[in-house]
Write a protein that binds this ligand. Sequence first.
Ligand code: G3I
Length: 369
Amino acid sequence: MKFRRSVVVLAVGLTALLGAQTGAAGATVPPLRDSAKPPGGTAVPPDSLRALASKVGLRIGTAVNTDALATNAKYRQITADQFSTVTPENVMKWQVVEPTKGAYDWSAADQLVKFAKANGQLVRGHTLVWQNQLPTWLTAGNYTSTQLRHLLRKHITDEVTHFRGHIWQWDVVNEAFNDDGTMRDTIWLRAMGPSYIADAFRWAHQADPRALLFYNDYNIEGMGAKSDAVYLLAKQLRAQGVPINGIGAQGHLDTKYGFPNQMRQNLQRFADLGLKVALTEVDVRTTVPVTTPEQLAQNADYSQMLEACLLVRACISYTVWGFGDAFSWVPGVFAGEGSADIYDENLQPKASYFALQQTLMLASGAPHR
Ligand code: G3I
């Protein structure tokens, strides 16, 4: 009863908010190609997340575990049916694509790009500049600052060139800030100073001028010290003519911390700089076993993040960081927590899946992107 009442409130609230924005949206933005229909002509289920979202031009995505994609037919079917964009969870990271210096291995990522094409999906490339999942030859190589700069330039150029024309959005720089808004101490900051960020965007743009280039981070969904710092960075990069096109807010929430502060307004301020925004790695972890209040909080977090995105026309995709609890990164990192995804361990849809589905069903008045 309580749950049903909150759904009604959500429906009324979302309709009112969406209605208020429809007029401002204008009708001049060309729609993306129909993300509800793969090129082969086989329609995806009409009540799938991708089909429902395509009505307002929003892409719904998932991070993909390419081992599961290769071996698990049910996983493959859900990936194709429910999502209109895919992100490689690991296989475009430096450690995977260049395990030995100068010897590239694009095989797993190429397979995913092929799968996406066959299923009418766009690809988010993830990620070019990060401090994690770097190959050992690089981190243990005792390279000078000048050498590291050349290595980073070559990495970005080679990877973006390899996938040129196949990537919709690239996460060019990932997680460069600490939660207090200071810059994270990384191999890249130490070698090059803060200008490595602008350089990375310039190099990526040279290699694929048509890809949308994103800065991507966690804990920047709402207003706060970290999102203020990213906002300032984005503003400076735009003012300097650096080719940055978007900001990715990852969306890794935990029920114990509540919902981010003023998320819609925060996304909108980035949009007002002339940038696209995206929810890039959504999941909502909680303690396990999950209690009813925690599950309700998860449902609400998933759908409220989607609502914030729907209400900002520049928000072009909403990506979950994997869809099945059996494949989630969460239990391996947060002891005692899990159940963060929208499908359970047996790939059955959970209440949070239905919460997203219902939010999309109510979203027909949202501005078309
Ligand atoms: O591939 C090796 C395998 O050969 C080895 O046997 C095994 C032993 O542990 O490790 C495998 O690598 C693991 C890799 O995932 C692939 O499964 C790494 O140990 C493991 O650390 C790695 O975790 C990934 C994590 O990034 C690394 O920081 C997660 O799958 C991935 O979901 C997570 O994704 C990040 C985003 O890229 C950035 N934002 C945060 C997000 C969550 O941490």
